[in-house]
Structure formats: structure tokens, C-alpha cells
Design a protein around this ligand. Structure first.
Ligand code: GRF
Length: 202
């Protein structure tokens, strides 16, 4: 399957997807053909370039609204023949039209055990709640933020003296394990999103 990864930053999840898809022994069934960033100059773009993957920067500030920004992304995705979209630290909310267009073919990774701690400040919220366990979730993208069917999760411990940064690093190590695995499930047809929004395992 032809995959695009959408990023806004460091791209460590992108890196884990690049490494897994380029390792033929893992049989991910996917090839990353395009990386789109809404921010120029980010580390993730360098990772893609190093791996010989086409990159495109589409600055959201160049567009009057979400719809036109998303339409510009769709032009690139279609031109590259993309079949699966992976959001990996992509910090823009997508339009309803875009999400519905890619429904069942678009995954996101979120740094908490959903449905707990949705939103952009998961680690901060986890520490404030003083829970002892956190983790990460790969899920299908639906119009409601951080709400789609869960594909894969991994738990990590939270320690009393954790900072956001330390917790983020521990969670990211788990992210880098589960995202390639979830992509493999989708690319090889082991999972499918049903019309009712639930997951079907084959
Ligand atoms: C990850 O923690 C991911 O869960 C969240 O944004 C972060 C992206 O990190 N959505 P990176 O750019 O992949 O290093």
C-alpha cells in the first residue's frame, strides 16, 4: 500500500515507520511515498529526505481556511497515489470533508491510553491526574478528535518524579513499537473499519 505520513515536528514516529517499512523482513505491506509537513524546516522532513522519500511543505498559514489547506494536501496525496494516511505528530485539526474522504484509511497516534486524556496536552494532564499508568494509542481518525476505533495500545508506567519530558520519552518508545504494527494490520488487510465505526479483525 502507498502511504503518506503527515507531520509537524521532530518525526520520531515517522522514523519508526520509515525503518519498519524499509525493512523487508517485517512485511509491513506498505511503502511511504510521501511526507507532508505543515511546517518548513522541521527535523521530520530531514529524516524523510535522508530516506529518499518525497517531501512537500504545505504551510497552513498560506491558506484562508481549513478546507482549502486540506484540499491542497489532497492534491498531493492523489498525485502520489496514496492509499493510506498516517498522522504522526501532525498538529492541525483536519476538516470534516478530509476526514470523511480518508475514513477507514487514516490512522493517528495519540500519547495516552484513549479514551483517557484526549487533547493536545496528554502528558501534562496525565501528571496532573496522578495516575500510575499511561501509554499510547493508534486509532482510526474520525471527525470527533481522538475518538476513532482503537487499533493498538501499549501501557507504560508513570513514576512519582516524572516530568512531562521524561514521561513523553517513555511513551514515545512505546509509540515507536505500536505504530508500525498498527500500519501493518491496516496495510495487510488484518483490520478494517466498519461503517458503524467499530473495528473488524480478519
Ligand atoms: C507523539 O507523541 C505523538 O503521539 C503526538 O505527537 C508526538 C509526535 O512526536 N501526536 P514525533 O514528531 O513523532 O517525534
Amino acid at each position: 500500500k502507498r502511504v503518506a505520513v503527515l507531520i509537524s515536528g521532530s518525526g520520531t514516529n515517522l522514523q519508526s515507520l520509515i525503518s519498519a517499512t524499509q525493512d523487508s523482513s517485517q512485511n509491513i505491506g506498505a511503502e511511504i511515498v510521501l511526507v507532508i509537513s505543515n511546517k518548513p524546516g522541521v527535523e521530520g522532513l530531514k529524516r524523510a529526505e535522508k530516506a529518499g522519500i518525497k517531501t512537500v511543505v504545505i504551510k497552513h498559514s498560506d491558506y484562508p481556511n481549513r478546507e482549502s489547506f486540506d484540499a491542497a494536501m489532497n492534491v498531493e496525496l492523489n498525485a502520489a497515489g496514496v492509499e493510506i494516511v498516517c498522522l504522526a505528530g501532525f498538529m492541525r485539526i483536519l476538516s470534516e470533508h478530509f476526514v470523511k474522504h480518508w475514513r477507514g484509511a487514516m490512522l493517528n497516534i495519540h500519547p495516552s491510553l484513549l479514551p483517557a486524556f484526549k487533547g493536545a496536552n496528554a502528558h501534562k494532564d496525565v501528571l496532573a491526574a496522578r495516575v500510575r499508568v499511561s501509554g499510547c494509542t493508534v486509532h482510526f481518525v474520525e471527525v470527533d478528535i481522538d475518538s476513532g476505533a482503537i487499533v493498538e495500545q501499549e501501557a507504560v508506567p508513570v513514576f512519582p518524579d516524572d516530568t512531562e519530558k521524561i514521561l513523553q520519552e517513555r511513551v514515545k518508545a512505546a509509540e515507536h513499537r505500536i505504530y508500525p504494527c498498527a500500519l501493518k494490520y491496516l496495510a495487510t488487510g488484518r483490520i478494517k473499519l466498519k461503517e458503524d465505526g467499530t473495528l473488524c479483525w480478519n
